[in-house]
Design a binder for this molecule. Structure first.
Ligand code: KG4
Ligand code: ZN
Length: 335
């Protein structure tokens, strides 16, 4: 079964084809990040327009790479939310119309579920349900009990900024451009980690929720009070990164202990962070658990995770019959 996956929830146009036996057969990705950088964040209308320009050529390119024709496709899956509604509608409209014209099924994919399942896109050493999921992206910070495909219980959520958002906002304060998570992390490597110690928000009270907006403000205030040298910049980046990673690690340990789960799956853009990977690996060893990350290429938004999630849903009989274009800007995982 050949499944075409379409991702257009934010500023990446992602397309991929997943086949039951062969796995991922082809993919294409276009990032608009450079176009939004000058505005310091994603401009929704520009994102939608660019998806319109890029999506059709990327689908053709992906089919060519796979040596396939439209008529070889057996199903289509598109990201229906959460995300920017105009951007989502581009993928929805094209995915649904294409499926209708080819007379094949079309399914909706939850963006965060796709991120989570990206960790299963590897041949060896995959996690098995049930597992604990830590979803860390530009829009979400979630701890979920993943019981089975499509069955997720939210254990913890952020009360304000997502962790990726806090990385990006701190990077912006430090003049590192947008999106700044990866750049900030690189800069932090050059620093002396002991200069500043930032707070680990909400870790000294019970529960699994997060709050990253105070940490971002703490970084801003520390930067404003510094001599604004390159050394100070690296030190702020480093202290911020350590505090963010440590906060995530503390909550992961608590969630593993509370649930008794022994596998931790970390996904979303921030799961590319090397310090987070090291720290959670260490934690897993201590807790006698196993930790899984998607391959680096599938941590941030991409079409492969959508094609795979759609394939898994279809294998379990999911279909979308009504000729509507369901998209949801807000869509809690598990609903
Ligand atoms: O999953 P994603 O590509 O898009 C959303 O669904 O939001 O995540 C993007 C987020 C951005 O905030 C970006 O700065 C962050 O992931 N990110 C990182 C790293 N790479 C990407 N944050 C920290 N360290 C990284 N290495
Ligand atoms: Zn994402």
């Amino acid at each position: 079964m050949y499944v075409l996956g379409i991702e257009t929830s934010c500023d990446e146009t992602g397309v991929a084809i997943y086949e039951t036996q062969a796995g991922l057969v082809a993919e294409a990705l276009y990032s608009q990040a450079a176009d939004h950088a000058r505005y310091g964040g994603v401009v929704p209308e520009l994102a939608s327009r660019d998806h319109i320009r890029k999506l059709t050529p990327l689908i053709k390119q992906t089919l060519d790479k796979a040596n396939l024709d439209f008529k070889d496709l057996d199903a289509i899956g598109y990201t229906a939310g959460p995300g920017l509604v105009g951007a989502l509608l581009v993928g929805a409209a094209l995915g649904r119309s294409l499926a209708w014209s080819l007379n094949i099924p079309c399914v909706t994919v939850h963006h965060m579920e796709a991120h989570l399942l990206a960790a299963l896109l590897v041949d060896d050493q995959k996690p098995q349900f049930p597992f604990l999921g830590l979803l860390v992206s530009g829009g979400h910070t979630l701890l979920v009990h993943a019981k089975a495909l499509g069955e997720y219980e939210i254990l913890g959520d952020t009360l304000d900024d997502a962790v990726g958002e806090a990385f990006d906002k701190t990077a912006k304060v430090l003049g590192l451009g947008y999106p700044g998570g990866a750049v900030l992390s690189k800069l932090a490597e050059q620093s002396d980690a002991s200069t500043y110690k930032f707070p680990r928000p909400m870790t000294n009270r019970p529960g699994l929720d997060f709050s990253f907006s105070g940490l971002k403000t703490h970084a801003l205030n520390t930067w404003e009070a510094s001599d604004k040298s390159d050394v100070a910049k690296a030190n702020v980046a480093c202290a911020f990164q350590i505090a963010a990673v440590e906060t995530l690690a503390i909550k992961c340990r608590r969630a593993l202990q509370q649930t008794g789960l022994s596998q931790l799956v970390v996904a979303g853009g921030v799961s590319a962070n090397q310090l987070l990977r090291q720290r959670l690996q260490q934690l897993a060893e201590k807790e006698q658990a196993e930790v899984f990350f998607p391959p680096l290429a599938y941590c941030s938004d991409n079409g492969a995770m959508v094609a795979f999630a759609a394939h898994e849903k279809l294998q379990r009989g999911a279909t979308l019959d009504a000729l509507t274009l369901p998209v949801k800007a807000r869509w809690p995982l598990g609903e």
